[in-house]
Design a binder for this molecule. Structure first.
Ligand code: HEC
Length: 174
């Protein structure tokens, strides 16, 4: 066939198919290559690692065998006590029976004497003195003072005011 002086040979049908298939492969390959090209996608902000510190005292509570519910409740509710009254605390020390086991001096009856207890309480664990005292009164099994056994009953029925008064008495008894 001749068009405008250029002659075209009829390409054999089979060669035409091969050419078409080749072209197809080429198109597919380029599409795939384009799709697979790794486009750099920088992260907008650098990932920083900030571990959350465990709640204070948690480790000691775990070691003392506190339940997961205890730990969660303790971590969720920081202890907020009202203003304590030391002389009411002194009366409670007797009326509640603390005096049967705790001297206000430094001698041991059954439990540790209370002389200087407030200062010691702040050193016992990671807890603040007041938190440690509250824990030691409402759940004595959480922390066992060294050299003693777990014989103190749990005074978990005391009101916040009674706890505050007892602690004020402990604090005053330096
Ligand atoms: C049956 C005796 C007994 C009674 C009653 C008792 N305790 Fe205790 N208490 C102990 C013993 C023993 C320990 C030491 C073991 C421990 O840490 O649980 C202790 C520990 C403590 C501690 C921690 C002291 C420290 O040095 O870390 C506090 C605070 C405390 N008691 C307060 C009280 C209060 C307040 C009362 C009264 C409401 C009371 N206890 C009643 C026996 C008793």
């Amino acid at each position: 066939m001749r068009i405008a002086g250029i002659s075209f040979k009829r390409v054999k049908k089979s060669r035409g198919r091969a050419a078409a298939a080749g072209l197809m492969v080429l198109v597919l390959a380029s599409v795939l290559t384009a799709a697979c090209t790794e486009v750099p996608n920088p992260t907008a902000t650098a990932v920083s690692f900030e571990p959350t510190p465990a709640a204070p005292g948690t480790r000691d509570l775990v070691l003392a065998g506190a339940s997961a519910a205890d730990l969660a409740a303790f971590a969720a509710e920081p202890i907020e006590l009202p203003e304590g009254n030391a002389s009411n605390g002194e009366a409670l020390h007797t009326s509640l029976g603390c005096a049967a086991c705790h001297s206000v001096a430094d001698d041991v009856i059954v439990g540790p004497g209370w002389k200087g207890l407030y200062a010691r309480a702040g050193e016992r664990t990671e807890l603040e003195a007041e938190d440690y005292l509250v824990q030691s009164i409402i759940k004595p099994s959480s922390y066992i003072a060294e050299g003693f056994t777990n014989v103190m009953p749990a005074f978990d029925y005391l009101s916040d005011q009674e706890l505050a008064d007892l602690i004020a008495f402990v604090k005053a008894n330096e």
